[in-house]
Design a protein around this ligand. Structure first.
Ligand code: MAN
Length: 199
């Protein structure tokens, strides 16, 4: 038959260009499918993730703020992780990954009567399982959030070795459903998770 070359005895079907092309197309399709599946999984995880009352931290997820304190720069990435970076060497140490929300009563200056201390219940973002600490627990940081115009780190301290605390401000906690942030934090504390609006 003119134009037809019979494959030699040891040629496999894999050697035909059409077969190779089809296999390449299949591999491409499989890799597209697997990347779409992983996108789907991350969207599903994001939908079920707790972003606190009214999903207020969803927009901030992964965005970061930092401050310099003493010999370190502390970076807070909302809902993700926190780190302590040496200003001298640039070495970065993980202070933990975001784990859960809680609340804490703090004493602060009364906005209405400066000079007077008042108790206020604040939202806390707890980060844990940070880098190993020689002679101490794995690093962790508690981020106490108060209402403020900007997302900002206000203060960082290390109360015990490798146990850090941070005060940060964010507009995200100022108004929740018309109620003030403190009332919302109280609500959160009672229920362990935010009350969802009835549809
Ligand atoms: C580093 C820093 C400190 C910490 C010590 C513990 O110097 O992370 O904050 O107290 O390690 O060894």
């Amino acid at each position: 038959m003119p134009g037809y070359h019979k494959p030699t005895e040891d040629a496999s079907i894999e050697d035909f260009p059409q077969v190779r092309k089809a296999r390449d197309a299949l591999e491409d399709a499989e890799s597209t499918l697997s990347s779409l599946q992983s996108d789907l999984e991350s969207h599903k995880a994001s939908l079920t993730k707790d972003y606190w009352h009214d999903d207020v931290f969803r927009a901030l997820d992964g965005s970061c703020v930092s401050t310099e304190a003493g010999e370190y720069t502390y970076e807070l990435c909302w809902m993700k992780s926190a780190s302590q970076k040496s200003r001298k060497t640039g070495m970065s140490v993980g202070l933990g990954n975001f784990g859960k929300f809680s609340t804490e009563v703090v004493q602060d200056i009364s906005p209405a009567h400066p000079g007077k201390l008042v108790e206020d219940e604040r939202l806390v973002l707890q980060y844990s399982d940070g880098h190993y600490c020689w002679n101490g627990p794995n690093r962790s940081i508690k981020v106490i959030v108060e209402c403020g115009e900007e997302n900002r780190v206000l203060k960082v301290w290390e109360a015990e070795i490798c146990v850090y605390s941070m005060r940060a401000s964010s507009p995200a906690v100022c108004k929740v459903n018309g109620a003030d942030a403190s009332a919302a934090a109280k609500d959160y504390g009672k229920q362990g998770k935010p009350a969802k609006d009835e549809l």
